[in-house]
Design a protein around this ligand. Structure first.
Ligand code: 5AD
Ligand code: SF4
Length: 436
């Protein structure tokens, strides 16, 4: 069968990469991407269920597709990823217009299942977990990468941490690390394709164990010619080893940024979250990272309104913001995820309190971000150019090693190059500069 495919992606960078891979694998079987939902013969909803909101978005999009299917009965609708894993066959019972339900360990089967549904129009739901995830080893064709100069690479999937609020271990499964030889081969392939920046992905990259530990993997990648920048996400504070900190001291290609979710600044809440660190040890970790790499930039995830979070607990969270002074902070209202340990605790913080705490926290962070940005004015930074600015056609934009976004006047030909840029202005979420 030939046709057109459209994939809607929800959630994290991991899902973005999975969608790239799905486009690439489907293209091998004759399905080419389309931007237009109405032109699609196959629609994939690649979902996230980490927070209630992400789950609801995916479900409501699925609901809307019912009308498309009525107009075009041959349309094949697949739901993949975390929501598919969580709900399984039950999704088809609620929404019979879905043809394929594919869990997080089964994505490699999508092209064959699309053909099977096309031939026999028999719906399928495949959500088994397995010891190996073939899709981890799938490499998207160069044409399907969103940015030819940057490659995202899965190094592991799943999580063994069981933070009490988190659904990931249930929907992505236990940690499975990819063999280091396959990862290094993939990095070399990207280097040959002209990729400059390698971005390693996993739910908990620093507990990687695919034949070597994570810092060792970083050192091997560091030695590969052509690669100029290395980033990774996400890290759990409890797994940031001395050896990983040493990497920031020793490896110039390792970017000066780490995403280090702290979730709460209250020891009581952290304990109930099963996070295995304290307010103090988190700040100590930040200090050790700054010691190894003085210009290190930090980003993090945090949530408000976890069960029994009192004002004093919230103040401890604000204290972390003030002490660390993150460049970027992703903040969320706690939402109950079915089946998690925290679901047993009830959801006893009124929504108005969650909204108010989030407002206070975001206002404080906004100030910190702009102050951090202002401090960069006058400085000169190496910027890897990502693309043309959407707001101003004469401008291009890229990222510093600290992961700050910089807009500046420059030629489209510079996309994919690393250029030296002097910062002239600080904006709320980005910087403006000029080539120096
Ligand atoms: N409620 C709110 N936020 C959550 N996150 C994970 N689970 C929940 C939940 N139940 C947030 C955490 C995590 C990010 C990916 O999503 O901050 O780091
Ligand atoms: Fe979820 Fe915690 Fe694992 Fe992160 S470390 S994926 S928050 S269980």
């Amino acid at each position: 069968m030939n046709g057109r495919v459209k994939i809607f992606t929800y959630g994290c960078q991991m899902n973005d990469l999975d969608s790239q891979k799905l486009y690439s694998e489907l293209a091998k079987k004759g399905f080419l991407p389309t931007e237009e939902t109405k032109d699609a013969d196959v629609i994939v909803i690649n979902t996230c269920s980490v927070r209630q909101k992400a789950y609801e978005k995916a479900i409501s999009n699925l609901g809307r597709l019912k009308a498309h299917k009525r107009v075009k009965p041959s349309l094949i609708i697949a739901i993949t990823g975390c929501v598919a894993q969580q709900e399984g066959e039950g999704l088809r019972e609620r929404m019979p217009h879905i043809d394929i339900v594919l869990g997080t360990h089964q994505l490699h089967r999508l092209p064959d299942l699309v053909n099977r549904v096309h031939r026999h129009s028999l719906p399928v739901a495949e959500t088994a977990f397995s010891d190996c995830i073939p899709f981890l080893d799938t490499i998207p064709g160069a044409a399907f990468s969103n940015q030819p100069h940057r490659a995202y690479i899965n190094i592991m999937q799943g999580c063994d941490n069981y933070c009490s609020y988190c659904i990931v271990p249930y929907v992505r499964g236990r940690e499975i690390s990819r063999d280091y030889r396959k990862i290094l081969d993939e990095v070399r392939l990207h280097a040959r394709r002209g990729v400059k920046e390698i971005f390693l992905l996993g739910q908990n990259v620093n507990s990687y164990q695919g034949g070597m530990a994570f810092p060792e993997l970083l050192r091997h990648i560091h030695g590969i010619e052509g690669i100029e920048r290395i980033r990774f996400t996400t890290s759990h504070p409890k797994d940031v080893s001395d050896d990983l900190i040493a990497c920031f001291r020793d490896m110039e290609k390792l970017c000066s940024h780490i995403h280090l979710p702290f979730q709460s600044g209250s020891d009581k809440v952290l304990k109930a979250m099963n996070r295995h660190y304290t307010h103090r040890s988190y700040l100590d970790l930040i200090a050790r990272l700054r010691d190894a790499r003085p210009d290190m930039a930090f980003s993090a995830d945090v949530m408000v309104g976890f069960p029994d979070e009192r004002d004093v607990d919230f103040r401890d969270t604000l204290d972390i913001l003030e002490s660390v002074r993150f460049d970027v902070l992703y903040s969320f209202k706690y939402s109950v995820r079915p089946g998690t340990a925290a679901a047993e605790l009830g959801d006893n913080i009124p929504v108005e309190d969650k909204v108010e705490r989030l407002r206070v926290l975001q206002a404080m962070q906004k100030k910190i971000t702009i102050e951090n940005n202002r401090r960069r004015i006058g400085g000169t930074y190496a910027v890897l150019v990502d693309g043309n600015s959407q707001k101003n056609s004469e401008q291009i934009y890229g990222r510093t090693s600290h992961n700050a976004i910089v807009n500046f006047t420059g030629a489209t030909a510079l996309i994919g190059e690393i250029v030296s840029v002097k910062i002239t202005r600080a904006n709320p979420n980005s910087l403006t500069g000029e080539i120096s």
